[in-house]
Design a binder for this molecule. Structure first.
Ligand SMILES: NC(=O)c1ccc[n+]([C@@H]2O[C@H](COP(=O)([O-])OP(=O)(O)OC[C@H]3O[C@@H](n4cnc5c(N)ncnc54)[C@H](O)[C@@H]3O)[C@@H](O)[C@H]2O)c1
Length: 686
């Protein structure tokens, strides 16, 4: 129970923003996981600019003391985090009533921000990074303090504009407008290379928001467990006969980090044998201690024996192998161990700074090489990618189904010259041996084969909600409401979406048992536009009637039907050439903003890397009001159907089906439909 005094202190501290007296220097927590030292990329003049930029948050009287301190941070960490200004109070999603705010919309956003910075949730909490190594909520603590102060004082006729963590200010707006507009990493396109992020982030003028990090919508590991479960389950459906199940079948992959750590847990829910290689022993041990993976194996011979045993006994088990993934692919080939599903979730969106480790070099030596000999490190990484691909190719030639799991594996392997394409004879080739012209990789991304056609094209995507009361009882009530609505909708759903409905009904029924809540009382569920709107409406009514004790925040992962343009991931199953455009994501954020979102965000980067994706999201507060009911219907409808229309225009069959169905139900919706062309007509044209 929080004491009244400490609550007053918390509120007063928030209202103060930048403290009136210079706080003492802080010693960094030895328990917290700290961000790696970033690249020393600025010239001497640029470093001065970075310090000058940082000092503009503080009164001149403090500059003498802070200037050398910030210069030292820049030297030590490659960034100026302003650790001295970290709050003394604990950061976590408090019950909404504990926030000093003029309205529940602003208080909800404060709750969501604090959740993203909670040390139990965030990857590098003291560096304001929520996940993905660089997914920042703010660039520095001054931005946090000023933002919270603005939120505490804002009315429902003001909007706070946030530029990559920097609160530009409160501007007069209207009740219907979003309370917060967030942009992260928006660059002039020509300045969107990985080193541009290093440089402009070090200068303190941009940040990498990943997806839900910079939009305050992260809900801990639950989101990724659900998404990975849906992916692995549907991947098995693709490769198994109708009468087979995943028992005793192998899913081989890599990575036991922030997101990738969900793979063994998902594999266990699906019921297969998951083998997950991880080069960082500490990461593997952490996942094992947390119960995310069943067994830890340090030696290759033991791994081979244990795998054969699990296969013969048809066990549901997850094995973490401490070592490089390449060695597992190679040895399993020698041992003739058949792999049903193969994938990879090393951090290849960040290949040169610790996302992917070269084979035959110890983890410590590789880290040393990365800092001291970055060019050599790059050569080793690319050599490993070629070897990795070759080993995968041998397995797939025997029938393994391999898919890219959204970590830029195929992209980086192709850049490394790996034989990741097939020629007209079905032989594996690298890009230089294929000559000019458009080409497809030999393997699909999980969106091309699984999530795109099975989920996104029908409008199913990662809808989520947070109970701002902070009460587990409220979460249970929302689970029950959502389950009932899904069951009702399923009764009259067409055959095409029955499977998705059923998978999510099963998920929500078991959600409590899977015990996945870390941080705020949150839940994820894949639903289509109809499901999202009906569930949202039922929640709003439950808030209004007092059945739920406080408002609900609705949102979603950016990795969804309409929110993200990402040619190698979310929009990889778009084949009309438009997958390299980002109009959909931009329309989405603008469209959501005037249809009732409480906050919206649009980011460069996220998942596959800076410059490789534009992604957006929203948050919406359901306070039980009639206005909230109108807003949710209007906005959720657009938020899903925007993407279905685009997917339908790209001639995706399932999206054409879904949008036609929606137009029948909603006469005001009029979407331009594609006319399909006979293949033979085009054959001899050029
Ligand atoms: N498909 C999706 O929905 C989805 C969702 C989240 C993340 N991702 C992507 O997946 C990747 C992983 O995300 P994360 O948060 O787990 O990152 P992470 O950096 O926390 O974890 C990756 C792990 O891979 C390990 N690793 C690197 N090279 C290895 C090798 N050669 N052999 C074995 N282990 C190796 C690293 O030690 C690290 O622990 C990222 O690129 C991310 O963008 C995809």
């Amino acid at each position: 129970m929080i004491s009244t005094n400490s609550m007053i202190d918390f509120k007063a501290t928030i209202l103060q923003g930048i403290p009136s007296e210079l706080p003492p220097q802080r010693i960094l927590s030895s328990e917290a996981n700290h961000a790696p030292k970033r690249k020393d990329i600025l010239s001497a003049d640029e470093k001065k600019l970075a310090v000058r930029n940082a000092l503009r948050y503080f009164p001149e009287a403090w500059h003498h003391e802070l200037a050398p301190e910030f210069a030292e941070e820049l030297k030590q960490f490659g960034r100026i985090y302003m650790h001295r200004f970290m709050p003394e109070y604990k950061l976590y999603a408090r019950p909404i009533s504990e926030y000093p705010a003029q309205n529940s919309q602003a208080a909800s956003i404060m709750l969501m921000i604090q959740n993203n910075l909670d040390p139990a949730v965030a990857q590098h909490p003291e560096e304001l990074i929520t996940y993905g190594g660089n997914g920042a909520v703010f660039q520095n603590w001054a931005q946090y303090l000023v933002t919270m102060q603005y939120l505490a004082t804002m009315t429902v006729e003001q909007t706070l504009h946030i530029y990559s963590g920097h609160p530009m200010g409160l501007f007069p707006s209207t009740k219907e407008a979003p309370r917060v507009i967030v942009t992260n990493g928006m660059m002039i396109p020509n300045y969107s290379k990985p080193d541009d992020w290093e440089k402009y982030n070090a200068l303190g003028v941009t940040q990498y928001g990943q997806m839900t990090a910079g939009s305050y919508m992260y809900i801990g590991p639950q989101g990724i467990v659900h998404g990975t479960t849906i992916t692995v389950m549907n991947a098995f459906r693709k490769v198994l006969e109708k009468n087979e199940n995943p028992n005793g079948k192998i899913f081989l992959t890599a990575g036991l980090g922030g997101m990738s750590g969900a793979q063994p847990k998902a594999g266990n829910i699906v019921g297969c044998i998951t083998i997950c290689a991880e080069v960082n022993e500490a990461a593997a041990r952490k996942r094992h201690q947390q119960g995310w993976v069943n067994e830890l194996i340090e030696n290759m011979d033991d791994l081979v024996l244990r795998t054969k045993e699990a296969k013969s006994k048809k066990e549901t088990v997850s094995l973490a192998f401490i070592g490089n993934i390449v060695t597992v692919w190679e040895r399993f080939y020698e041992e003739e161990i058949f792999i049903h599903l193969g994938s990879d979730q090393t951090s290849l969106h960040n290949p040169w700074a610790g996302g992917y480790y070269p084979v035959d070099i110890s983890f410590d030596d590789a880290n040393q090489m990365m800092a001291d000999q970055p060019e050599l490190f790059k050569i080793e990484v690319q050599k490993t990618l070629r070897r990795h691909s070759e080993a995968i190719n041998k397995h797939t030639s025997k029938g393994t189904y391999f898919f890219d799991y959204g970590n830029a594996f195929l992209l980086e392997a192709s850049r490394a010259g790996a034989k990741i394409y097939k020629d007209s004879n079905g032989e594996f080739q690298n890009s230089s041996s294929l000559g000019e012209g458009a080409r497809e990789w030999a393997y699909p991304s999980y969106v091309q084969d699984i999530l795109g056609p099975m989920c996104f094209d029908y409008g199913f995507g990662p809808f989520r909600w947070v109970c701002t009361s902070g009460k587990p009882e409220d979460l249970q009530k929302t689970d029950a409401i959502a389950c009932q609505i899904m069951e009702e909708i399923k009764q009259n759903s067409p055959e095409e979406i029955q499977q998705q409905m059923q998978d999510n009904i099963t998920w929500i029924k078991e959600a409590k048992k899977n015990n996945l809540v870390v941080g705020s009382q949150a839940r994820i569920l894949y639903a289509d536009a109809e499901g999202r709107a009906k569930i949202g409406e039922a929640f709003n009514q439950a808030v209004q009637s007092g059945f739920l004790s406080a408002s609900i925040v609705l949102g979603r992962d950016h990795h969804d039907v309409s929110g993200t343009d990402s040619p190698y991931r979310e929009t990889s199953n778009i084949y009309d050439g438009s997958k390299f455009t980002a109009d959909m994501a931009i329309h989405n954020v603008i469209g959501d903003s005037f249809r009732g979102a409480t906050w919206v965000s649009i980011h460069n980067g996220g998942g596959v890397g800076w410059g490789e994706v534009i992604n957006g999201g929203f948050g919406m507060v359901l306070d039980g009001s009639r206005e909230a009911s109108n807003r949710l219907k209007n906005m959720l409808f657009y938020d899903v159907n925007n993407g279905i229309s685009r997917r339908s225009w790209a001639r995706n069959d399932n999206a054409i089906f879904a949008i036609k169905r929606e137009m029948k139900r909603t006469p005001e919706l009029k979407v331009t439909l594609p006319n399909l062309v006979e293949d033979t007509l085009l054959e001899n044209l050029f």
